[in-house]
Design a protein around this ligand. Structure first.
Ligand code: NAI
Ligand SMILES: O=C(O)C1=NCCCC1
Length: 284
């Protein structure tokens, strides 16, 4: 059996947000209309580092794709990234494994591309101010994905450590804040991309009608969002089943999930008008 390896450099050379964002819109639509088989991932806790191994299989007959992503999240990593992933592709007719590829670049870009789809659905064409809470890998990918669609007049950055916020702000021509409240108060789009397991974004700080992409806190006992914000915003998810099993922000607040993004894309659910919207991203 000859297994082809596709490296992160090869993936970086072909993957662009211009291609990925429309592909993610299609994938979300197919997931929600049932044409993709994608059970909630299996999580193997690695408790000594408060991390996990996630096993994420999927099958699309339409696309002739049978694959599994294996991803680790070790939040205490310092000299290597906190997330590491590989993807295995099997021949969908024979079940023979054919491709092994880097999963880091895809995880990094795919996550931001899905937030970009959500932002485009709920924010109109002209959001002016973007706030990013967090300053790691996803903070950077979200900057790139969102600025591939929108021309923000101002980009605010907050991080737990001010020097990290400043470093990112310098890279992206943004403004660093030492208070999350100050960073988000005039924002039309807010992205929470932290490894925090307690809320970093409060309801009272958010401008009514803003859109939030809540990307961290993917375990049932972790939160990134104030419960009062979860229950007052219109909440969207990538997968309703996953949100009810994995999202502490949904489970612990008791927030109602209004719709999957795919249901809005498929015109099964209406878009809210003028309300604060929150996309709780868990990953696919
Ligand atoms: N929804 C999805 O599909 C995906 C979600 N994620 C999640 O997004 C988040 C960010 O991921 P990366 O940027 O790759 O990680 P990273 O390790 O590169 O960055 C993490 C950021 O969180 C900050 N942070 C850590 N603890 C904090 C705390 N207690 N309070 C506030 N900030 C804190 C760090 O300072 C850093 O800025 C993680 O929670 C990760 O699991 C990552 C990939 C996919
Ligand atoms: O979808 C993914 O990949 C991940 N989601 C949550 C955090 C770990 C990676």
């Amino acid at each position: 059996m000859a297994l082809t390896w596709i490296s992160r450099e090869e993936i970086k050379n072909v993957l662009t947000y211009e291609r990925l964002i429309p592909e993610m819109e299609t994938a979300l639509a197919q997931f929600s209309n049932g044409s993709v088989v994608q059970p909630v991932r299996t999580i193997v806790p690695v408790s000594k580092v408060n991390g996990f191994l996630g096993v994420m299989p999927a099958y699309s007959q339409e696309q002739g794709a049978l694959a599994t992503k294996l991803v680790t999240f070790f939040p205490n990593n310092k000299d290597v990234p906190t997330h590491n992933a590989i993807i295995v592709m099997f021949n969908p007719d024979s079940g023979v494994p054919e491709l092994l590829m880097d999963g880091d670049v895809i995880t990094t870009m795919r996550t931001a591309a899905v937030s970009a789809v959500a932002t485009k659905l709920f924010c109109g064409d002209d959001p002016q101010v973007l706030a990013i809470l967090g300053s790691g890998v996803q903070a950077r990918s979200h900057f790139h994905a969102l600025t591939s669609l929108f021309s923000f007049k101002k980009i605010n950055v907050w991080s737990k450590t001010l020097s990290n916020a400043q470093k990112l702000a310098d890279e992206i021509n943004g403004t660093a804040y030492d208070s999350a409240e100050m960073a988000v108060r005039d924002a039309d789009v807010i992205v929470t991309v932290t490894s925090s397991s307690v809320p970093v974004l409060k309801k009272d700080w958010v401008k009514p009608g803003a859109h939030i992409n809540a990307v961290g806190a993917c375990r049932p006992d972790w939160q990134e969002i104030d419960p009062a914000l979860m229950t007052s915003a219109v909440v969207f998810v990538d997968s309703r089943t996953a949100a009810c099993q994995e999202s502490g922000d949904v489970i612990l607040s008791g927030a109602e999930v209004y719709a999957e993004l795919g249901e809005v894309i498929n015109n099964v659910k209406d878009k809210p008008k003028g309300e604060t919207t929150l996309f709780k991203s868990l990953g696919r």
